[in-house]
Design a protein around this ligand. Structure first.
Ligand code: AMP
Length: 122
């Protein structure tokens, strides 16, 4: 696993060096609209702590951070009205997972059918 890079773009957003279109924030979690949405609703949820990936977060984050992260996802999907029709959460991880930004983030995609789970599948 890579070491955490303090210069990654989400770290800069957390430090306020780059703006974001904020959807939700609490002491441990920030969520904002993806800059290149792949669905009518496309939100990124990130922990405020410095974790490279979902695995890094699962191993190193304390229980309060982990509970806060999933509670934030729940609040967001309810607030955005996504629970009735459904939505998809994706955590791209590492090279094979196509992760571009090395700060753990969960994509929430919804607001319409989000297509096959993996590109190229029917
Ligand atoms: P991933 O491939 O899972 O690492 O996804 C990174 C996501 O971050 C992509 O969907 C990008 O569109 C999104 N992204 C990159 N820079 C920004 C930014 N400044 N604000 C919001 N979303 C961003």
């Amino acid at each position: 696993m890579l070491d955490y890079d303090n210069e990654n773009i989400f770290s800069k957003i957390l430090r306020g060096e780059i703006p974001c279109d904020k959807v939700y924030e609490d002491e441990k979690v920030l969520a904002f609209n993806d800059i290149a949405p792949q669905a009518p609703v496309h939100i990124l949820v990130i922990p405020k702590g410095s974790y490279v990936s979902i695995d890094d977060f699962a191993v190193k984050a304390n229980p309060q951070e982990q509970v806060a992260f999933f509670a934030a996802i729940s609040k967001i999907v309810h607030d955005k009205g996504l629970t009735e029709k459904g939505f998809r959460c994706i955590a791209n991880t590492g090279d094979h997972g196509g992760q571009e930004v090395p700060h753990f983030h969960m994509h929430i995609l919804g607001g319409g059918p989000v297509g096959p789970m993996v590109l190229g599948q029917d």
